[in-house]
Unconditional design. Structure first.
Length: 195
């Protein structure tokens, strides 16, 4: 809604407004918060940090690292960690170690990335799904069927967001069912996602 708050909406729940401090940011002037707001407020909600190297003499032998590129990725890595911590503390969602909340943007130019969650204006309401229905979908599956379903969901999220058949909460719900029902630890979850 503004530069100091974000509206989050889960399926079947009313939107909730969170300010930067509630989400683990010191204030709205921090670089990480500003980066998040910039990405979320500019459609199509993608980001690109440019090129990693320059070749001043035109040959591939003499390359120079772009310091700005590394600085932006370091800042974005910090943003990713803050969002993961927020999702864990606020919603109890568990993620595998070194999980990234972003992916390559298929429709974007080379090096363009986007978040794995859906970012859209607060006024849109496409689909309302009760959380109980999300969990029911996975609780009845045996372990091998759940692993296959997670593979399908994970592949969906490596494709452009307009192609998704299910919201990202389905993948998170499926992973949490695996953790709770079958005792999956971080290494097992990571293995399943990378499969």
């Amino acid at each position: 809604e503004n530069d100091s708050t974000i509206l989050l909406e889960l399926p079947g729940k009313p939107p909730i407004e969170y300010n930067c401090r509630q989400m683990g940011f010191r204030n709205q002037e921090t670089k990480t918060w500003k980066m998040l707001i910039d990405i979320l407020s500019s459609a199509p909600h993608t980001f690109n940090f440019g090129i990693a190297y320059t070749y001043p003499d035109g040959s591939k032998r003499n390359r120079q690292k772009c310091k700005d590129y590394d600085a932006k990725w370091k800042l974005f890595d910090e943003l990713n960690k803050k969002l993961l911590m927020f999702f864990k503390s606020e919603f109890g969602w568990n993620f595998p170690e070194s999980f990234k909340l972003y992916k390559n943007a298929v429709t974007g130019e080379n090096g363009e990335r986007s978040f794995k969650f859906i970012a859209e204006p607060a006024s849109s309401h496409d689909e309302v799904v009760p959380l109980d229905n999300i969990e029911k979908r996975f609780l009845s599956l045996d372990e091998s069927a759940l692993v296959k379903e997670i593979g399908v969901l994970n592949n969906d999220f490596s494709v452009d967001s307009w192609v998704h058949t299910d919201p990202p909460e389905f993948l998170i719900a499926a992973l949490n069912v695996g953790r709770n029902k079958f005792g999956w630890h971080d290494a097992r979850v990571k293995e399943i996602i990378q499969y």
